[in-house]
Design a protein around this ligand. Structure first.
Ligand code: ADP
Ligand code: ZN
Ligand code: ZN
Length: 757
């Protein structure tokens, strides 16, 4: 009897074997319902095998094969196998967590019958050349249907009046409708066209092959700029890569990286491919989706991110799976989308830490994207104004190909002037310097916008007693409780615990409690006092809890209905505010001397991003940084816009200190209520690691940066190796030893290529 091996959402590093009854057809990638313990569970068939080690009397039959429209592709299953192995995460949980929630349920996901349209015999006989030139939309529809049948949504993408014009064409007898549930890519034998792997380095549809089926169509391409020389070089390099290659597109803000993406997509589409664009921020996806829609109006574009409802997510996922969506735009989870015609992957803002998932399968979507491009033999483009040092080093060493955009694309647009304000040598008003206040005043009179960037929400990060020095610590965490003055609350940003602001010091009874330091709320109130008539908008997670609010805020900013913006890093990313000419940076200093070796890299990237908001249009921008270290090399590099010099210095430091990208790391974390159990576990894990005698450095067990959170004690153990391969070999040997350690009361996780320390 045939045996199948099934991935199930259980925390065990194995597949589970089941028999298949006669007449039940199963192929790899199909979803099945199987008995597991006393439950019935949904799983994915990973492979069919001839024999099993499970005793014949113990092996159970599959309960049901779910009649989905299409099984998961062999390519996706391979990708997930790789992720499970690389990130040391159970295969079943890896596979199921990569799927939209609806695919984890036991309901079949057949696509609903949809009405499709195709040319009738009469329509096919029409000579488009002699068809009236004035009936633009009808011509477009006919041309499109000549290539392939389409549904209404696809035709509507051609024009807003496509629906009405379609009716005309139907009444003329040139177009006919038919209902179909058929996956358009499904071959008559039921296999999808991508289940056969392309020959190495060759991909169906891409790169363009002589005499192939690749000469698809010319899509409408709105507002295409004549590319600058550097942009053209970048586009050519990628389109001529002829298979896998990883490109680092290093372009300053406003240099036209997005323009390069659009041109690349246009090329890909012409050859029948699909493109995947990964972006860091869910907030940016609607904006970007609209932007790409306006540039490529007849292309089916879809998005995938966690803000979608389950139904929407499944729908969009299937659009990608069936090859209907040609451009998929999404946050990190979209790297696991089915893309049968995938021909290009772009990772925008590749340095952004939100590409790394911080729980469950702790994957880096950027790194998975690179693996996927390699697996498939297509190019991948990593874009950034401030590449991660990992990627930058790879480009320096020649593993990636460097593409540079060194000037701003718009004639006349220059980079902002960056100036430091020494906070110890100037008058300060509750954290804001007189110099900065004056510059803001100037902008208000000129009807220009200012942005104050501070990476702390709330009013003040801590409340202090002037009598005894008491600080508002969280009783559940090692951190401090943040003062939220408007709500009269002290709130812990680590565990969510909150209390009313006390009237007197809980330790000594002194009534003189003062806020120390500044957050967005305090900056807002200082500004309101100084500029009573100014329109001030605070943008942080507290003020934008509701998704709609942020959209409204963006509109206000664009309509220049705001004079001063106060915000956290939410404001730094990717937004284009034409009237903004001044950026003030408050309090960046803590990152300069942080225990996290990546803190300066992150700060540099953040400041370049936030500085890039100033002076995008015709008005020059200015950036004022308030600091106690105006001569710090980081600020020097910012002033001279010298990413290269800065990166070289950082890399030299990292190499000396033996940090990534010159070593490869894995972090074992544990947390629990009992300190001794946490340390016992990690020490045992360490002993096991050392006993393996691999070529790796096993560091000491140390408390986490936040040693206590929500009453759990937290500690960690770092492993370092000189190569990825050495680290992976070690981890494979270490894993069974870890699995054997008693850890019932602990929360443990292994993090490969960790970003958080
Ligand atoms: P980035 O993504 O690097 O920040 P964008 O692609 O958004 O930059 O381009 C910045 C601005 O320059 C946009 O307004 C864009 O329309 C314009 N732009 C880009 N490329 C060109 C070009 N070749 N010619 C003229 N304008 C361009
Ligand atoms: Zn006190
Ligand atoms: Zn807390």
């Amino acid at each position: 009897m045939p045996i199948i091996r099934v991935a199930l959402d259980v925390p065990l590093p194995t597949l589970f074997d089941y028999t298949v009854a006669d007449g039940m057809e199963t192929v790899a990638g199909q979803r099945v319902v199987v008995p597991f313990g006393r439950r019935q569970m949904v799983g994915v068939v990973m492979e069919r095998v001839a024999a099993t080690e499970v005793a014949p009397e113990r092996i159970k039959p599959v309960t049901q094969v779910l009649p989905d429209s299409a099984p998961l592709s062999a390519e996706l299953l391979d990708l997930l196998r790789f992720c499970s192995d690389y990130y040391r995460y159970p295969i079943g949980q890896t596979v199921l967590s990569a799927l939209p929630a609806r695919l984890r349920s036991d309901k079949p996901v057949t696509s609903k019958p949809i009405l499709n349209y195709r040319l009738s015999a009469g329509g096919a006989a029409l000579d488009l050349e002699s068809f009236s030139k004035r009936k633009v939309v009808q011509r477009r529809i006919l041309a499109r249907l000549a290539e392939q049948p389409c549904n209404l949504a696809q035709l509507k993408a051609l024009s807003a009046t496509a629906g009405a014009q379609l009716k005309v064409l139907i009444s003329e007898g040139w177009v006919e409708s038919f209902a179909s549930t058929q996956n358009p890519l499904l071959n008559p034998d039921g296999t999808t066209s991508h289940s056969t792997k392309p020959a190495s380095g060759q991909v169906a549809g891409y790169p363009p092959q002589a005499g192939g089926e690749t000469n698809e169509k010319c899509h409408i391409f709105n507002g295409a700029h004549t590319l600058t020389g550097e942009q053209q070089l970048a586009v050519d390099a990628v389109t001529q890569s002829g298979g896998y290659a990883c490109f680092l597109l290093h372009g300053i803000t406003g240099s036209g990286k997005t323009e390069v993406y659009v041109h690349l997509m246009h090329q890909i589409l012409r050859h029948g491919g699909q493109a995947l664009l990964l972006v860091p921020e869910i907030n940016l996806t609607p904006q970007l989706e609209n932007y790409f829609r306006s540039r490529l109006p007849d292309v089916n574009i879809t998005s995938l991110h966690s803000g979608l409802s389950e139904g929407e997510r499944l729908h969009n996922w299937q659009q990608a799976q069936f090859g209907v969506a040609r451009i998929v735009l999404g946050t990190r989870l979209s790297v696991f989308a089915e893309l049968p015609k995938l021909a290009l992957i772009i990772v925008d803002e590749e340095h952004d830490s939100s590409f790394k998932q911080q729980d469950g399968l702790r994957y880096s979507a950027r790194d998975v994207a690179i693996f996927r491009a390699n697996q498939r033999g297509v190019p991948v483009v990593l874009g950034s104004a401030t590449p991660s040092l990992e990627s930058y080093q790879n480009a320096q060493s020649g593993r990636y190909r460097m593409l540079r955009l060194t000037g701003r694309a718009l004639a006349g647009a220059s980079l902002p002037a960056v100036r430091c304000v020494h906070i110890n040598q100037t008058a300060m008003h509750q954290g804001i310097s007189e110099v900065l206040l004056r510059e803001i005043g100037l902008r208000i009179t000129r009807n220009e916008q200012s942005l104050l960037f501070i990476n702390r929400r709330g009013y003040a990060p801590v409340l202090m007693c002037t009598g005894c020095g008491w600080l508002s610590g969280c009783k559940h965490c090692a951190g401090k409780m943040v003062l939220h003055l408007k709500e009269q609350r002290l709130r812990c940003h680590h565990c969510g615990f909150q209390i009313r602001v006390p009237h007197a010091c809980p330790d000594c009874g002194n009534a003189d409690l003062v806020p120390v330091g500044s957050g967005t709320q305090r900056v807002e109130s200082v500004l309101q006092e100084r500029f009573p008539d100014a329109r001030i908008l605070r943008v942080d997670r507290d003020s934008t809890r509701n998704k709609r609010v942020w959209q409204t805020m963006r509109k206000q900013i664009h309509a220049n209905e705001v004079d001063i913006l106060v915000g956290t890093q939410m404001l730094a990313k990717g937004h284009d505010f034409p009237a903004l000419t001044l950026v003030g940076v408050l309090n960046p200093d803590s990152a300069l001397y942080s225990s996290d070796f990546r803190a300066p890299e992150k700060l540099f990237a953040q400041l370049v991003q936030v500085a890039g908001r100033a002076g995008r249009a015709d008005k020059p921008g200015e950036v004022l940084i308030q600091t106690a270290f105006p001569d710090h090399p980081l600020f020097r590099a910012l002033q001279t816009h010298d990413f290269e010099g800065w990166a070289a210095a950082q890399l030299a430091e990292r190499q000396m200190a033996g940090f990534p990208p010159f070593v490869y790391q894995a972090m074992l974390r544990a947390e629990g209520k009992q300190e001794n159990e946490v340390y016992q576990y990690l020490n045992d894990a360490r002993t096991a690691a050392v006993s393996l005698q691999h070529e790796v450095d096993v560091l000491g067990v140390v408390p986490a940066a936040l040693p206590r959170r929500a009453n759990h004690l937290r500690a960690q153990l770092l492993i370092q190796a000189a190569s990825r391969r050495a680290l992976q070999q070690f981890l494979r040997a270490w894993q069974p030893k870890l699995d054997a350690l008693p850890a019932a009361k602990l929360r443990c996780s292994l993090d490969i290529d960790p970003l958080e320390f």
